[in-house]
Design a protein around this ligand. Structure first.
Ligand code: GLP
Length: 242
């Protein structure tokens, strides 16, 4: 695992955006796994600026989702599908068919999870997966004690994660779904390159356990230690407990 300490979130976003741009220059149809939350926004902003400047051609680029809420009404602005379209697909000018994600409104959620794992495999696998990290060390929506071999499946959110995400739902925890679909840790580990970005002091403890603690299901992000090409980009604040 490579750890890169950057001065701030903007620098982290620029560094990762450059590595994504380099990937798309080398492999124009590379599949980029995108994460939601506040942390990756500087990556998407920097990438959008590169595309606007003509630094990288994204006409064949593909993106895929990491996770999704279950049961939000179709078109809800906080569904991760809507979020990825707003933050990545539209700003980069990607076509609707360049984007895949799990169906959080499926009647048979288990079948939707299995279908998503198959879709990822038939797309040739994820070339670079962007990850954030929860304050409890979760990646995607793999909460503490998720199996390190898990596949895409339905999960129940912890109270802490629902509290953390209430800010996207008018600060009303009652609006935050209880269930989600997430790529499993085993699924995530199949991506060819994992890039985790963590910024701010609130992530410092989770980062320290991810990088310096034992590999343990209680800190799902520690599974990155098992991957042969994992990069953890942290700002000074998130690195403060290393
Ligand atoms: C959610 C997402 C994760 C994300 C985490 C942290 O739980 N499912 O993918 O990493 O939030 O979000 P933030 O970056 O806003 O702290």
């Amino acid at each position: 695992m490579e750890v890169v300490i950057v001065p701030d979130a903007k620098a982290g976003g620029e560094l990762i955006a450059e590595s994504i741009a380099a990937l798309w220059r080398r492999k124009p149809d590379a599949l980029l796994g995108v994460a939601t939350g506040s942390t990756p926004i500087p990556i998407y902003d920097a990438l959008t600026a590169k595309v606007a400047a003509g630094d990288v051609d994204v006409s064949r680029a593909r993106v895929c989702q990491l996770d999704e809420y279950v049961g939000l009404p179709a078109g809800h602005p906080e569904s991760y599908r809507a979020t990825v379209i707003r933050q990545v697909v539209e700003p980069l000018g990607l076509g609707a068919d360049s984007f895949i994600g799990p169906d959080g409104s499926a009647e048979d959620v288990q079948a939707a999870c299995e279908a998503y794992d198959l879709a990822l495999a038939s797309a040739g696998g994820v070339d670079l997966q962007i990850l954030g990290i929860g304050t409890d060390g979760h990646i995607g929506f793999n909460e503490p004690c998720s199996s390190l071999a898990s596949r895409t499946r339905i999960k129940t959110l912890t109270e802490q994660t629902r509290v953390d995400n209430a800010r996207f739902f008018d600060d009303d925890i009652d609006q935050v779904p209880h269930h989600v679909i997430t790529q499993g840790i085993g699924t995530i580990l199949e991506a060819r390159h994992l890039v985790l970005l963590a910024t701010g002091e609130g992530k410092a403890e989770a980062v320290a356990q991810t990088v310096e603690g034992p590999v343990a299901a209680v800190v799902p992000a520690s599974a990155l230690q098992l991957h042969q090409h994992a990069t953890v980009v942290v700002d000074e604040a998130a690195a403060s407990k290393l």
